[in-house]
Design a protein around this ligand. Sequence first.
Ligand code: 5CA
Ligand code: ZN
Length: 399
Amino acid sequence: MLPGTGRDLRLHDTATGGLVTLDPGPEARIYVCGITPYDATHMGHAATYTAFDLVQRVWLDNKRQVHYVQNVTDVDDPLLVRAAETGEEWTALADRETDLFRDDMTALRNLPPREFVGAVEAIPRIVPLVERLRDAGAAYELDGDIYFSVESDPRFGSVSGLDAATMRELSAERGGDPERPGKKNPLDPLLWSAERAGEPSWDGGSLGRGRPGWHIECVAISLDHLGMTFDVQGGGSDLIFPHHEMGASHAQVLTGQFPFARAYVHSGLVALDGEKMSKSRGNLVFVSQLRRDGIDSVAVRLALLDHHYRTDWEWTAHGLQHAQERLARWRDAVSRPEGPHAEGLVEEIRAALAEDLDSPAALAAVDRWAALQRTEGGTDTGAPGVVSRAVDALLGVAL
Ligand code: 5CA
Ligand code: ZN
């Protein structure tokens, strides 16, 4: 048990552009978009899931139960393309990378979601939702494929607040097909893709054989496990549009309720050599590679937490080295039999995290306590233990 009490969490909401206080009652509900498992976890993924891990830790400290759901997009174009390139079975690739991701998350001490759900296993939930959208006139067929009509949602645009031209550009970049002739609106996203030669497909009932679109996957899984108007929809800022905009629209049209989530929370993107770290660019640093190199994953976590989750930042060897040195100083400070009082420090960490997850401020507060321990010491025999437990519970950093 830590001294004092937890705090209500305030988080930046992309839809309103401001901070919202989340007072989620006894059980907080969060959905975080999971990986597409065609390559190993890079530092960008690690930073995003570590940010949402802090959300869970602030809630737990505040005596909330947390219902955390995460998907894994275990069938999608990039996965099938990668498997075709390497000659591997796509299911084997997905299974292997999903297992590796889970091991990486464990090493980084990210608390697991309560439910971890694959797109493939969600297909029986997805099909009836697409049928309902079609029967309500919110979806239409084009050569066997089924598209969602963005015009069926009067609130379309409320998550990203972007203009039509920017939406069109992002849609083309991020898995959409705005140029395809015959669509009602170029932005309309696929709900169900008809069976294609050489690709896996599933029974879609009245939709025919095929596979699900990306956005409806996350809608089906979140509505199934969390219901409408859950607390936080999370992911990296590259998911604001189209993914989270389309997901909110699908769910709002399906249920007639608003909003899909109380807060849409987005982490900044991590770059390497000035470019967004991504599988397609190949400029990656992998969590598993650092583990193989014998780097302490606790230091990796500290390197991630040294950046506010909403900023875009760059992964550097220097940042990792700084984190390793910091970890050594903290371990030294808590290894002594007594130290300066720590109640104030626990409150500082809580206050920093509760205000939009200000992890750099929380780390700076621990630095100050560790420096005081080094220069002046203290007489509180409970303090090193309190600091160790607080840093573990609130920041996920094991000393
Ligand atoms: N399966 C979908 C979500 S349903 C997907 O976007 N998968 S992903 O593997 O591409 O990304 C997984 C998560 O990591 C997403 O939240 C994404 O926004 C985030 N992410 C991807 N690249 C970066 C990066 N360079 N920096 C920070 N977060 C990133
Ligand atoms: Zn998603």
